[in-house]
Write a protein that binds this ligand. Structure first.
Ligand code: MN3
Length: 202
């Protein structure tokens, strides 16, 4: 059965950018609910219980019809949030600094241009969803977004950076001001982890 992964920092570690109350609710309530609902959905399908999360996400179309939607929503929610927690740190460097930095500069010209495009993508997500930086099949970095809890893996992309723009991720502190949340979030991006994610795929 799937489990909530451990958080490697305290709920208040990302203050003032991500407030402790939001962090706690997001992790202990929202993420936990995705885990619980995913386990409930696969309860009667023993063979699915041996799948990794990634295997489930990459095989959504083969999931049993009665639980297909529940699996899509909750496996996605579990994977997205498991990734998201590791993509943030209180010891954030201002920007990527290695191979990823070079590649970003090559494609967008400089980091600020990249940041602007990613932020715009995040701002534009209508309703609930995520903004992503991923590697395409041909190994090119691309910015995209997904709705609800869809993950870029479903489209054959390899996600290395993601931003949750569901209201539950920011409403307590930022209310309707998603743009302010996006701007603040850049202060806690764990570029060391994002570089590692990138290196894993290239
Ligand atoms: Mn969320």
């Amino acid at each position: 059965m799937f489990k909530l992964p451990e958080l490697s920092y305290a709920y208040d570690a990302l203050e003032p950018y991500i407030d402790a109350k939001t962090m706690e609710l997001h992790y202990t309530k929202h993420h936990q609910a995705y885990v619980n609902n995913l386990n409930a959905a696969i309860e009667n399908y023993p063979d699915l219980q041996n799948f990794t999360l990634e295997e489930i996400i990459c095989n959504l179309k083969n999931m049993p019809d009665p639980v297909k939607t529940a699996i899509e929503d909750n496996a996605g929610g579990h994977l997205n949030h498991s990734m998201f927690w590791t993509m943030m740190t209180k010891n954030s460097k201002a920007k990527p600094y290695n191979k990823l930095e070079k590649e970003i500069n090559k494609i967008w010209g400089n980091f600020d241009k990249f940041k602007e495009e990613f932020s715009n993508q995040a701002k534009k997500v209508f309703g609930s969803g995520w903004a992503w930086l991923s590697l395409s099949k041909s190994g090119k970095l691309i910015i995209s977004s997904t709705h609800n809890q869809d993950n870029p893996l479903e489209n054959g992309l390899k996600p290395i950076l993601g931003l949750d723009v569901w209201e539950h991720a920011y409403y307590l502190k930022y209310q309707n001001k998603r743009v302010d949340y996006i701007q603040a979030w850049w202060q806690v991006v764990n570029w060391q982890q994002i570089e590692e994610n990138y290196n894993k795929y290239i």
